[in-house]
Design a protein around this ligand. Structure first.
Ligand code: CMP
Length: 504
């Protein structure tokens, strides 16, 4: 409320209360004058709070009763003016109190229910005190406490009102929500709490309408509360065709969502696969909002960004259609472009440099491509290994057993190879190799490699050198070991020749 309004209110309060106080101050004098006038005029005497005739024979009983009624009316008037004064003061004090603390605490904490209860208690007590001072002979308490009939009548009449009041008090004690929180009440609506009163709760919906729900109804419903000061999360769903790489989709969508306004920087959005559905891969984006009340706008913006990022990255949404692939059960040779791609890759690997073009091509024909997801193991320690791998795209982490877990000993990237130890020596896999990101590898099998090794002794030597280097890094040399137990280039060479049955 602007300060000018506050000033106006203070001024009105001072004028109103001042007038009432003046009236109350002058009231006894006015009463005295009226009484003495009436006494003289009708020959009456004021005694023990009532008028009676000096000489009862000469006084008309009608006049005596009327004059007494007039004095009762004056007393009632005084009670009314006192009550007006008290109500004004209480309301003004509560107004000032609310204003002074609403800057420091959230408005929800200045409960209007509590204000109502406090003011009602003050009014009732004040009324008792003032009434008894004016009518000391009338006992109010027994009337209220003793009358069962009044109790039943009032109880029935106020059944709903009291129900709301008590439900409101229970809600207030529990404080499941506050002004400014976003709430969802199934079957009734959702929005931001604008007011909590003794009767009910007012919610502003996203259509800017007000939804008023009574406390007694609220007390029975299940309410989903997204507190104002909480980091509330939300999910948006989308899908892609099966031909799209999930790891790549997740990466680009996560980046796009992070940039959306109102998406909290405090938590990284989570993008995950929800379902492998009939039409495509279903994804979920879970994100946290700075301002939850703007959730629908933020959802819409996220969907829009997903569309644009898909457009840029060539990712396609899954249409609600079914793609039927008919496949001939004939063993097909790898398409030429794949062989060319593999040949190109193999040519870039240094250990294969001694190989002639036709040998590289032969090797390419015995090679297949495979894609692994981030954190997916490609080989596991202790497994029997019949193939080695060449990294075409992505990177891998080599991990060796360490107590109950594993520790990394190196990372390999494009054009580097792994899995050669087991393949060439016949020993179990010496380490775990795990994809760090989405990784595509070329897999070369023992049968494909054997003829190449037979014709290229220098290749066998180059590989055995690499094997020994790697062995040394995962099994440090033990000085106590006899010489023939020390890992040497020769040992690997001997095992390879033995395992592949090579003569040279
Ligand atoms: P292999 O034993 O068949 O399976 C695990 C593979 O991890 C192993 O072959 C090597 O290719 C690779 N490897 C083992 N130790 C290292 C290392 N220190 N650095 C790089 N790669 C390694």
């Amino acid at each position: 409320m602007p300060t000018t309004d506050v000033r106006k209110r203070v001024l009105y309060f001072v004028l109103f209360v001042g007038t009432l106080a003046l009236i109350l101050f002058l009231f006894p004098y006015a009463e005295d004058s009226i009484r003495s006038y009436l006494g003289e005029r009708f020959n009456l005497v004021w005694q023990d709070g009532t008028f009676s005739g000096i000489d009862s024979a000469k006084v008309d009983p009608m006049i005596e009763t009327s004059v007494n009624l007039l004095t009762i009316f004056l007393k009632i008037l005084r009670v009314i003016i006192w009550m007006m004064l008290i109500v004004s003061v209480v309301r003004f004090v509560l107004f000032i109190f609310t204003r002074s603390i609403s800057g420091k605490v959230s408005p929800g904490e200045v409960s209007s229910i509590l204000q109502t209860v406090v003011s009602v208690v003050i009014y009732v007590v004040a009324f008792f005190v003032i009434f008894q001072s004016q009518f000391p002979t009338i006992q109010l308490a027994p009337i209220f406490t003793g009358s069962t009939i009044i109790g039943i009548v009032v109880g029935l009449a106020l059944q709903d009102t009291l129900g709301n009041l008590f439900a409101g008090l229970a809600l207030q004690a529990d404080q499941p929500f506050q002004v400014g929180d976003f709430v969802m009440i199934p079957g009734r609506g959702e929005g931001v709490i604008e007011k909590v009163s003794w009767r009910g709760v007012t919610i502003r919906t996203s259509q800017n309408k007000l939804l008023v729900i009574s406390n007694s109804v609220l007390g029975k419903d299940t309410i989903e509360v997204s507190p104002k000061n909480n980091l509330n999360a939300k999910s948006v769903f989308f899908n892609t065709l099966y031909t799209q790489s999930p790891a790549y989709t997740i990466q680009v969508v996560r980046e796009a969502v992070r940039q959306v306004e109102n998406v909290s920087r405090k938590m990284r959005p989570v993008v995950r696969i929800r379902n492998l559905a009939a039409d495509g891969i279903d994804f979920e984006v879970k994100y946290w909002l700075d301002d939850y009340t703007r959730q629908h706008d933020t959802d819409a913006l996220i969907r829009q960004r997903i569309w644009y990022v898909f457009k840029r990255e060539g990712i396609e949404f899954a249409y609600p259609t079914r793609t039927i692939y008919t496949e001939e059960k004939v063993e097909q040779a790898a398409p030429e472009e794949i062989i060319n791609m593999i040949t190109e890759r193999l040519n870039q690997v240094s250990i294969f440099s001694p190989l002639a073009d036709d040998e590289i091509e032969r090797l390419a024909n015995a090679t297949t491509t495979r894609v692994y997801a981030p954190d997916e193991p490609i080989v596991r320690t202790g497994q029997v290994g019949n193939s080695m791998f060449l990294i075409a795209r992505g990177s891998v982490r080599v991990e060796i057993p360490d107590g109950a877990g594993r520790k990394p000993v190196g990372t390999l990237g494009p054009n580097e190879f792994f899995g050669e130890m087991s393949l060439l020596t016949g020993e179990p896999r010496s380490a775990h190799v795990v994809a760090v990101e989405e990784t595509e590898v070329l897999r070369i099998d023992k049968n494909g490699l054997k003829p190449i090794l037979e014709d290229n002794p220098s290749l066998v030597e180059a590989i055995s050198e690499m094997i020994e280097e790697r062995r040394a890094s995962i099994q440090p040399t033990d000085d106590d070991l006899p010489d023939d137990a020390q890992p040497t280039k020769k040992r690997a060479l001997v095992s390879i020749r033995r395992f592949f049955g090579l003569k040279k």
